[in-house]
Write a protein that binds this ligand. Structure first.
Ligand code: TXA
Ligand code: MG
Length: 286
């Protein structure tokens, strides 16, 4: 038995007993509970200090298991086959047995198959769905390393180490419960989804919990197309400033939260971030 399997079996046992695990996915680390255990799911909200009406994403092994939680039509099946495992969350009509704790009482459910070997191994051992938001306190920066998670929960959390998250920003959320709509931009761009869905409305009702302050560092953050000049301006006003320069979108996505965590700890008065260029991932980063 490999170490990965042994650790995953231990994590699966912890989930079965109603515990929470922080685990790696390709996007960000998640704070997971047995999606079939409402008491365990409530612990997520208490631990994150998150409002309980926020719906969670259920993580499963494959499309077949996803169909246990959600109703897939032809379009949803095709998307699942094309993009799973991967950073695409589908919002679909939920099955009757799904608990309100998971969906925030909605008739829909968010579901995805994560593309990370450790997440896959835990799901294989657990044989169930894992409800998981990002493993940070409500309103904080999402974690893309195990060290971020540990710092976020100083009282301790069952933490499965899985290196740095490859994607670095949250999954794209596509609502298929009505006319197809993009609820949260992410790694997978609208243009990649539209061959399956037709033209995507960007929704008037953004995903609950995706308001701006949701991803905020503690330090005041300014966006500027000219970060060097902006920094000079604020330094001349006597402020201490740290700058986050734009990188190639794929690298910027991978580095974004790591850099925000690092810069947030410097104790400067202001962070100045340069918006990402381009469509697709660039939009998700901004
Ligand atoms: O990449 C990700 O999606 C990460 C990893 C851990 O999978 N998870 C994540 O979870 O970002 P969270 O809870 O931080 O964000 C999930 C978003 C929330 O904005 C929530 O409102 C939305 O998904 N969501 C979940 N279920 C929904 C539903 N039934 N209808 C509309 N929005 C939903
Ligand atoms: Mg989050």
């Amino acid at each position: 038995m490999t170490d990965m399997t042994a650790e995953s079996q231990f994590a699966a046992k912890h989930l079965r007993e109603g515990g929470l695990i922080a685990f790696p996915t390709e996007t960000v680390y998640g704070l997971g509970a047995d999606a079939a255990n409402p008491l365990a799911v409530r612990r997520i909200f208490a631990t994150k200090r998150r409002p309980t009406q926020h719906p969670l994403i259920v993580h499963v092994r494959n499309l077949e298991e996803a169909e246990h939680w959600a109703q897939f039509d032809r379009v949803a099946q095709k998307l699942a086959k094309a993009f799973w495992p991967g950073p695409l969350t589908l919002i679909l009509p939920r099955r009757k047995h799904v608990h309100d704790e998971v969906t925030g009482g909605l008739h829909t459910i968010g579901i995805r198959v994560p593309d990370h070997p450790m997440a896959q191994e835990i799901l294989r051992c657990f044989k169930g769905g894992i409800a998981a938001p990002s493993a940070n306190r409500f309103g904080g920066i999402s974690p893309t390393t195990a060290a971020h998670v540990a710092a976020e929960f100083p009282d301790g959390v069952f933490l499965v180490e899985g290196g740095e998250c490859r994607v670095g920003i949250e999954s794209t959320i596509l609502d298929l419960s009505g006319p197809p709509a993009l609820l949260r931009p992410g790694w997978i761009a609208a243009q990649e989804l539209e061959p399956y869905t037709g033209p995507l409305g960007s929704s008037n009702t953004p995903a609950p919990g995706s308001h701006d302050s949701h991803y905020a560092p503690h330090t005041c953050l300014l966006l500027s197309e000219h970060p060097a000049e902006a920094a000079e301006h604020w330094r001349n006003q006597g402020r201490s400033v740290a700058v986050l320069h734009a990188m190639k979108p794929a690298i910027y996505a991978m580095m974004l939260y790591k850099e925000l965590h690092r810069l947030d700890k410097l104790g400067v008065d202001l962070l100045i971030a340069e918006p990402a260029k381009g469509s697709g991932v660039g939009i998700a980063i901004n």
